[in-house]
Ligand binder design. Structure first.
Ligand code: 4AD
Ligand code: MG
Length: 467
């Protein structure tokens, strides 16, 4: 008996199958019905919609009694045009095999109305809800779109290491990787931990960014991108931070600030358009259940030109807002790192469209950003989005060996760790630029979900690594 995915039966032209017997397998969403007929809504994850199985309650009395929400079934039956509205076809059961029961006394997913907080506590089962099904299917679509975007434009997918000795962002928020005995690590004569005796013969950690190695790729292959897990031990319990997230980091030789920001804008619009074109069913569901303006918001991003805004100009707008009576929790003045309330004011109140902020004070940005002639700003770019705040961080890279070295020394970055990176500036140095898109921040935007913990299958946050 041929097994069909439910997506195929509901979305393809199945007129030739009408009247024949087919097999579907999946999990029971609901069972209802009475003396003359029973209805089972079956979902196999291939699509948000369920197929309706119609069963004779007398013939299937025994098995129907054991079928409850969450049970797994294999159903063989005649495919017929549906009597009811809502779907084109349904299945008239001829044979039902109950693969796995789901005890209704203990199965935690009942018909509807669970809070996101509760679902996080049952992270191993929440994937079976409609909402998480929609989010995870869209996650796949977005990942596929990302690879397609870069492949079509001649970028190479470049794999940078997860275990590294360098702190790219310089924030010191790294998870150590070590095989030393934590109870009794070897020590140097001055009492410090002797990392030379560790597995790699040096201090190592999980990467906070693939950029530095990505630059080695770009300065040989031209255009590369990375797409992999990224780890940050920052103690930020916010709806936008994870300790383990996925980042996409393109890096391009011969790009300047204009070509960089143009690529950032083109990339995000491509991904949002892809979601609209390829995830219609899931988006409709999320638009109905999670955020009523979701589809409208996605459409508006695709059709809008993003604003280019120098940091100095942004500060002026925020200071004017304060003078006009607007209250921010954090103070605003030239030189501060913008808080998300500031970013959202600019995007949601002032411009009402995405903003690419450029030319930040060098003190608040990483050592590798290209220094401007004014001596105070660098060619960093943050793409700021409605609802999300920062979705992309990037920059033109400092290609001058001397300037880069001076900055490294000013910041006290240990040179012994950076020699290989500096070699890109010693030998055939070139203008280049790149950025990082937080994959889960993108997922927040395209799904309308409110918390970043709910757009990744198994979130890692402070004090939480279950499942
Ligand atoms: O702005 P960030 O720190 O930039 C970099 O890491 C650069 N090396 C990227 C580059 O130029 N190649 O991080 C980039 C993006 C942020 O804009 C945000 O979307 C996301 O990564 N991000 C996080 N997402 C979830 N949880 C966190 N803790 C994140 N930290 C950054
Ligand atoms: Mg950033």
């Amino acid at each position: 008996m041929k097994h069909y995915e439910i997506k195929y039966l509901l979305k393809e032209d199945v007129s030739a199958l009408i009247g024949t017997t087919v097999c579907v397998k999946g999990w029971v969403r609901t069972k209802r019905g009475g003396k003359s007929v029973a209805f089972i809504a079956l979902n196999d994850g291939s699509i948000i919609h369920n197929i309706q199985v119609v069963a004779d309650p007398v013939k299937f009395e025994d098995v129907l009694r054991r079928i409850t929400t969450g049970a797994c079934l294999c159903v063989e039956g005649r495919l017929v045009e549906s009597q009811g509205s809502g779907q084109a076809v349904e299945l008239q059961a001829e044979k039902i095999v109950l693969y796995g029961e789901a005890d209704p006394e203990t199965y935690p997913l009942q018909k509807k109305g669970h809070s996101m907080e509760f679902l996080r506590e049952i992270g191993h089962l929440r994937l079976r809800t409609n909402t998480f099904g929609a989010v995870m299917r869209m996650r796949h679509e977005m990942a596929y779109a990302i690879h397609t975007f870069f492949h079509e434009r001649g970028f190479f997918y470049f794999h940078t290491p997860l275990i590294t000795a360098s702190d790219c962002e310089g924030a010191g928020e790294m998870f150590h990787v070590s095989t030393l005995d934590p109870e009794n690590p070897p020590r140097t004569p001055d009492g410090k931990i002797d990392w030379e005796q560790d597995f790699f013969g040096k201090f190592t950690a999980l990467t906070v960014s693939g950029q530095l190695e990505g630059e080695l790729g770009a300065t040989s292959l031209g255009k590369i991108y990375t797409f992999g897990p990224t780890f940050r031990a920052e103690n930020s319990n916010t709806p936008r931070h994870l300790a383990e997230f996925w980042m996409i980091e393109p890096e391009m030789a011969f790009y300047d600030l204009d070509s960089l920001t143009a690529l950032e804008e083109e990339f995000i619009k491509y991904l949002v358009r892809w979601a609209l074109d390829h995830c219609a069913d899931d988006l409709e569901f999320l638009n109905k259940m999670i955020e009523n303006s979701l589809i409208e918001r996605l459409r508006s991003v695709v059709d809008t030109d993003f604003v280019r805004l120098p940091y100095t100009e942004g500060i002026r707008i925020l200071e004017e807002a304060v003078a006009g009576g607007h209250k921010f929790e954090f103070p605003v003045s030239w030189g501060v790192d913008l808080a998300s309330e500031h970013e959202r004011y600019l995007v949601e109140h002032h411009f009402k469209k995405p903003v690419i902020m450029v030319d930040y004070p060098k003190e608040i940005k990483a050592f590798y950003m290209k220094q401007n002639a004014d001596g105070r700003t660098v060619q960093g770019t943050d793409v700021l989005f409605p609802q999300i705040g920062e979705i992309i961080g990037g920059s033109v890279r400092e290609e001058s060996y001397d300037k880069l070295l001076t900055r490294i020394n000013e910041l006290g970055i240990p040179m012994k760790d950076m020699w290989w990176y500096l070699d890109t500036r010693r030998y055939g140095s070139c203008p280049h630029a790149g950025f990082g898109l937080g994959f889960e921040r993108l997922m927040l935007f395209v799904t309308g979900m409110a918390n970043i913990r709910d757009v990744i299958p198994f979130p890692r946050t402070p004090h939480s690594a279950e499942f």
